[in-house]
Design a protein around this ligand. Sequence first.
Ligand code: NAI
Length: 305
Amino acid sequence: MIGFLGAGRVGAQAALEVASAGIDDVTLVDIASGLAEGEAMDISQKIAETGVDVDVRGSTDFSSLRGSKIVVITAGLARKPGMTRMDLLEKNAGIVSAVAKEVAKHAPGCIALTVTNPMDVMNYVVLRKTGFPKGKVVGMGGILDLSRFKSTLCAMLDISHSSITSLVIGEHGESMLPLARFTSVGGVPLTTLMDETQIAQAMDATRRIAIDVISKKGATVDAPANGVVRMVKAIAWDRKEVIPASAYLEGEYGVNGLCIGVPLVLGGNGVERILSLDLSEKEKAQFSKGAQTIREGIAAIQGSL
Ligand code: NAI
């Protein structure tokens, strides 16, 4: 069973896709009365017609998470136009602390997949509050940033999405680090197809794109839900897929004691391996800037941890 803690826009969309793909049974939990149950009914009625046989339930009762192999945490407040992810810090730290304890109580053997923003700090809160081993707590952000980088590059190069292989690491926030040097266009290095100015434009657009979507439709939903589903599949099917995601670092990338986006191998055991990269001085500086923002975020809520 896959649990979804938070049945709002991203949680419900990801649950719909997980159930529709027949990955496993789904249970949704949300404090808003009737919401998780209503979403479960709606999803059940959709998959009934398409012939997928998984069980989808919803309630306000955290104990229904019992038996979940993965719990996707989207509970919390979302950004409004003009807000940064860090503006959500204090309120979401309280919500995520509370729900993480429920995850540890009812699904102690699960892998926790953090989505709530500011995601890297919330992933650290989940790690601390569940007391889970570091490999069992992972955050979704890098795969979404990567999908945005890909989308930007494909539009600029007028090339198929399927031709781009790339990486976006670092903070899931203003200091994210799209890695042009590690980007290939069908095997051809991106750096031979775009000059520095064009690459800087693509990186900048990738950082700004979410707030543009939020200002137009009120929230980002489809691309984040896709990121969640990619990660759920990698874990549920033990795919050992290399995905950029937020993990707890103990010395890797020169960082200690916080969660941040890195390329990692995601499989049935959660974070199975962190892959290292030989970053340039400029890339290291951007990665460190993101780590510092996360460190400051953790320090600001330290009293409640
Ligand atoms: P939403 O407002 O549609 O849904 C959030 C849900 O959480 C609501 O239904 C609310 O009732 C529920 N909730 C609040 N407190 C709860 C509690 N204590 N227990 C259980 N449920 C609770 O928000 P949306 O758009 O689904 O976004 C959810 C979170 O994910 C936000 O923090 C948002 O910023 C973040 N996000 C992160 C992304 C990422 O890449 N990591 C991408 C998109 C959104």
